[in-house]
Design a protein around this ligand. Structure first.
Ligand SMILES: CC(C)(COP(=O)(O)OP(=O)(O)OC[C@H]1O[C@@H](n2cnc3c(N)ncnc32)[C@H](O)[C@@H]1OP(=O)(O)O)[C@@H](O)C(=O)NCCC(=O)NCCS
Length: 173
């Protein structure tokens, strides 16, 4: 599997990935607001701008969006997003990294592998401690974090969504 920044070459697959996630009405963590973008080319333009400190929307921190592509058949099996720093919301609830795996490709180890690869990208942008959060009871996400050396710090309650979030730190220094 490889992590790639999205390009129009993957437009059709991005549309299909979005469709599958919407059908199962799952959370779309780490997809850079893909839910809002029916047009994959507009989404690519949006996430590309999000990486640029001069173009990112006020209040947001720069973030890099990756699609996770299985090399054998070039299929997008997941998406993962790295936020380059933490603002007060991310520090408490969102963390540095969000991710999701295509519903039909889960429990094959892709989530664990994606996070492992994303941590290498985090090092490239100079991070040493990475915060990853997961909704309490999300055993898949917890497994992904623990397999990548996550150390539990605390559980917080996010009022807006009425959810308890577990916060884990991963030392990549
Ligand atoms: C969470 C998610 C990314 C996991 O992806 P995945 O590819 O299935 O993860 P993996 O196959 O690497 O599994 C990681 C571990 O969790 C376990 N696991 C995965 N799904 C599980 C589930 N539904 N229930 C219990 N355990 C589960 C696996 O067995 C594995 O455990 P192991 O390391 O002991 O073998 C995926 O379920 C998903 O996209 N969910 C919706 C979005 C989401 O919740 N994102 C995370 C936000 S923080």
């Amino acid at each position: 599997m490889i992590l790639l920044e999205p390009t129009v070459e993957y437009a059709r697959q991005i549309k299909e990935f979005r469709r599958e996630l919407l059908l199962c009405s799952d959370t779309m963590d780490g997809t850079g607001a893909l839910k809002m973008y029916d047009d994959p080319e507009r989404w690519i333009a949006f996430v590309t701008a999000c990486k640029d400190p001069n173009k990112v929307r006020p209040g947001l921190v720069p973030a890099t969006q990756f699609i996770c592509v299985r090399e054998e058949d070039k299929k997008i099996v997941g998406m993962i997003q790295i936020r380059h720093s933490l603002n007060p919301f991310l520090e408490k609830y969102g963390g540095h990294i969000g991710y999701c795996v295509s519903p039909g490709e889960r429990r094959n180890g892709y989530g664990t592998k994606m996070l492992k690869m994303a941590l290498k990208e985090c090092r490239k942008i100079g991070l040493e401690m990475v915060l990853v959060t997961c909704i309490r009871g999300n055993e898949g996400s917890r497994g992904v974090i623990m397999s990548n050396g996550g150390i539990y710090e605390s559980t917080v309650f996010e009022k807006n969504r009425g959810l308890y979030l577990e916060r884990y730190w991963i030392d990549i220094s």
